[in-house]
Design a protein around this ligand. Structure first.
Ligand SMILES: Nc1nc2c(ncn2[C@@H]2O[C@H](COP(=O)(O)OP(=O)(O)O)[C@@H](O)[C@H]2O)c(=O)[nH]1
Ligand SMILES: [Mg+2]
Length: 253
C-alpha cells in the first residue's frame, strides 16, 4: 500500500525458473507491495510452481508473446497501481519506490535503462542497443508531443489502474514491440507521463528478445513502424474512440 493505494507487480514469464523465485521474493519483501502476479506464458520449465511457492498469484496466458503476457497482467491486476517488471534479475525491486514517488503526480511513470551511471557491468545495454533505444524514444516523443523519453521499451513502469482500464480495449500488439503502444495511447489521452532512471543489471537465464542482434534489429524496427503508423493513420481512427484521461491534465490550474 502506498498513500492509500494498493500496489501490484506484474511479471511476464517464459521459462524464467532461474530468476523467478528471487524476483517474487524481492518484491514481496517490500512493505509497499500488496500482490505479485506472475503471468506464465506457456513455460516448459518450473516457472509456475516456483512462482506460486514464492507467494505470487500465477495466471496462465496461452497466447504466446511478451505483449500478450503483459496485456493479460494489465487486465488481471486489481490493485490501484500496477507495476510491470521482469523476473530475470535485470531490475532492482527497490527501484519500485522511485516509480511510486512520482505516482501521485503522474498516471504513468516509465523507467529508463539507458542512464549510463545505472547500467551495471553485466547488463545487456551496449552502445548499439542504448542508442537505438534512445533514438526510437526520441522519435516517439517528438511525434506525439511527449515528455523527454530515452527508453520507451523499458518494462519496469507504473500505471494507474484507472489509465490501464482505459487503454486495455485499445491495445493491439501481442509481440515484443508492445511497450511503445502503451506510451502512445497514454499520450493521446493526455495522461501525465514521466520517465525516470532505473538500475539495469545482467540477466539470469536466457534472453529471448534483445540477447541477439537480430532480436534487437527486429524489435527496434517493429517499434519504429508502430510509432510511425500510429502517427500517420492510427491517430485519426483512434480519435473517435479516445476520451481524455480525467483528472490531473495539463497545463495545471
Ligand atoms: N520474448 C518473450 N518473452 C516473454 C514471452 N512471454 C513472457 N515473456 C517474458 O518477457 C520478459 C522479456 O523477455 P527477455 O527475454 O527478458 O527479453 P530482454 O529483456 O530483451 O532480454 C521476460 O521476463 C520473459 O520471460 C514471450 O513469448 N516471448
Ligand atoms: Mg529481460
Amino acid at each position: 500500500m502506498h498513500q492509500n493505494k494498493t500496489v501490484g507487480i506484474v511479471l511476464p514469464a517464459y521459462n524464467e525458473e532461474q530468476g523467478i523465485r528471487a524476483a517474487v521474493a524481492d518484491f514481496l519483501s517490500l512493505p509497499v507491495i500488496d500482490k505479485v502476479y506472475v503471468i506464465d506464458n506457456n513455460s516448459k520449465d518450473n516457472t509456475a510452481a516456483l512462482a506460486k511457492a514464492a507467494g505470487a498469484i500465477v495466471i496462465q496466458e496461452t497466447r504466446q508473446g511478451y505483449g500478450w503476457a503483459l496485456r493479460r497482467g494489465l487486465v488481471e491486476a486489481d490493485t490501484d497501481l500496477v507495476v510491470l517488471c521482469e523476473p530475470d534479475g535485470t531490475f532492482v525491486a527497490r527501484d519500485v519506490l522511485k516509480l511510486l514517488s512520482y505516482a501521485e503526480d503522474f498516471a504513468m511513470v516509465m523507467g529508463t535503462r539507458t542512464t549510463r551511471e545505472l547500467i551495471w557491468r553485466q547488463a545487456n545495454m551496449g552502445i548499439f542497443l542504448r542508442l537505438g533505444n534512445i533514438l526510437v524514444s526520441k522519435i516517439l516523443s517528438v511525434l506525439f508531443n511527449g515528455p523527454s523519453l530515452s527508453d520507451c521499451g523499458c518494462t519496469f513502469r507504473l500505471v494507474h489502474r484507472r489509465l490501464a482500464e482505459k487503454m486495455n480495449p485499445l491495445l493491439t500488439v501481442g509481440a515484443s514491440h508492445f511497450l511503445p503502444e502503451m506510451v502512445i495511447l497514454a499520450l493521446l489521452m493526455q495522461a501525465p507521463v514521466i520517465e525516470i532512471p532505473l538500475n539495469y543489471r545482467g540477466r539470469v537465464g536466457e534472453s529471448k528478445i534483445t540477447g541477439h542482434w537480430k532480436g534487437i534489429v527486429k524489435t527496434g524496427a517493429a517499434m519504429f513502424l508502430l510509432i510511425v503508423v500510429y502517427r500517420l493513420k492510427g491517430y485519426f481512427r483512434l480519435k473517435k474512440k479516445l476520451s481524455l484521461y480525467p483528472g490531473q491534465g495539463f497545463p495545471r490550474d
